[in-house]
Ligand binder design. Structure first.
Ligand SMILES: *Cc1c(COP(=O)(O)O)cnc(C)c1O
Length: 427
């Protein structure tokens, strides 16, 4: 490595990893063990009391997970990270750290369907309440903030419509009210966009998607930006008040600019238990090594497919921010000039029925509920990922009945287009 700060591709390969100190293994080993031997009783006591860092038990921390955490923190420009079993587990731990019963948070209406369910339904059983806002209307965030509001949550590139968001503008609203901005960066990945550089305080990912990138392992991660003052308002007692389970330790006072990541680990992960398996952490680490190469190819292929679709006479519209005619193109140029991602939607003139026949007529593209695989994928959101939502919610989330969503892979663009062409002929 050079003396200067290493570049993104170098970090994607090296950050957090060293040859294994015991065996010399160059690839990060899968530390497939539940637990770790203490040096002596004093060592054990200091680990349990948070006076020393070290491995105790894989539910809380594991060396393979630790490399993944350091790598993602480096790629996002954060101070620390916590890897967990899935993107949804990461979201749960974030809100568990921030919220108390009766509290609320403001979230963009355009979100991954699973997040709309988690926030709108599952979180109610904790007495946590979401208020939906429109990313194109900053006032819709600000007008809903009250003294029980604890955070603002958005996606940097919103699923499923592929819409970019004015992160800096929303960060300003959040900070004016002493709130942290949480950004789900799953669809963009830090290769295209680093939300912390635009004012976000916490970044969350489903590592299941482009980060792991091969459609083989679930994972999630929380990245602590280190920027937010958790003690200023008294609104975040988990961080600013003594913790009874750790002999009165105050997490923010003790751990400073990585206290949020620590709190999610020692309060959330420890007590709810959604640990990522060392094997999945290893698979995702391997995926991240090629993230810059894959993402660029994903974006280039997606632009080629979107351009081709736009000219097709059976297609009524294409929503891809990479197209110069797209209303979202200016935001894409500002936030993600390397590309517009690989997930986008289009509508077929034949509506719902035609969309169904199209999806069933594809041969290479797989019909399934995932994005961010090396393989090209397709789904009809209204009948699958967004099915639990009302038609009104579906449309608001960019997943109305006529919408087909593509996640373009890294195959040859000509082959992806050929498959779509033959399926359109059948539709
Ligand atoms: C998939 C996804 C999630 C949830 O992640 P899981 O790993 O499936 O739990 C959250 N946000 C976005 C944008 C996603 O695409």
């Amino acid at each position: 490595m050079t003396k200067n700060k290493p570049g993104f591709s170098t970090l994607a390969v090296h950050a957090g990893a060293q040859p294994d100190p015991t065996t010399g293994a160059r690839a990060t080993p899968i530390y497939q063990t539940t637990s770790f031997v203490f040096n002596d009783t004093d060592h054990a006591a200091s680990l349990f009391g948070l006076q020393a860092f070290g491995n105790i038990y894989t539910r809380i921390m594991n060396p393979t997970q630790a490399v993944l955490e350091e790598r993602v923190a480096a790629l996002e420009g954060g101070t620390a990270a916590l890897a967990v079993a899935s993107g949804h587990a990461a979201q749960l731990l974030i809100f568990h750290t921030i919220m108390r019963p009766g509290d609320n948070f403001i979230a963009a209406r355009r979100l991954y369907g699973g997040s709309i369910n988690q926030f709108g339904n599952a979180f109610k059983s904790f007495d946590w309440h979401v208020r939906w806002a429109d990313t194109a209307d900053l006032a819709s965030f600000e007008s809903q903030i009250d003294d029980k509001t604890k955070a603002i949550f958005i996606e940097s590139l919103a699923n499923p419509g592929g819409t970019f968001v004015d992160i800096a503008g929303i960060a300003e609203v959040a900070h004016r009210h002493g709130l942290p901005l949480i950004v789900d960066n799953t669809m963009a990945t830090p290769y295209l966009l680093r939300p912390l550089e635009h004012g976000a305080d916490i970044v969350v990912h489903s590592l299941t998607k482009f980060m792991g990138g091969h459609g083989n392992s679930m994972g999630g991660v929380i990245v602590d930006g280190g920027t937010f003052d958790w003690s200023a308002s008294g609104k975040y007692p988990a961080l600013s008040e003594p913790r009874p389970e750790y002999a009165g330790v105050v997490l923010h006072a003790t751990f400073g600019n990585f206290a949020f990541a620590i709190a999610c680990r020692v309060l959330g992960l420890r007590d709810f238990g959604p640990a990522i398996s060392p094997f999945n952490a290893f698979q995702i680490l391997n995926g991240i090594e090629t993230l810059p190469l894959r993402m660029q190819r994903h974006c280039d292929n997606a632009l080629a497919v979107a351009t081709w679709l736009k000219a097709h006479d059976k297609v009524s519209w294409v929503n891809y921010a990479g197209l110069e005619t797209d209303p979202n193109h200016a935001l894409q140029q500002r936030y993600s000039p390397k590309g517009a991602g690989a997930v986008f939607t289009f509508g077929l003139k034949g509506g719902y029925e035609s969309g169904k026949r199209f999806v069933e007529g594809l041969e290479m593209l797989s019909h399934l509920a995932n994005i961010g695989d090396t393989r090209s994928l397709v789904i009809h959101p209204a009948s699958t990922t967004h099915r639990q939502l009302s038609e009104e919610q579906q449309t608001a989330a960019g997943a109305g009945p006529d919408v087909v969503r593509l996640s373009i892979g890294i195959e040859d663009a000509a082959d992806i287009i050929a498959d779509i062409e033959q399926a359109l002929a059948k539709a």
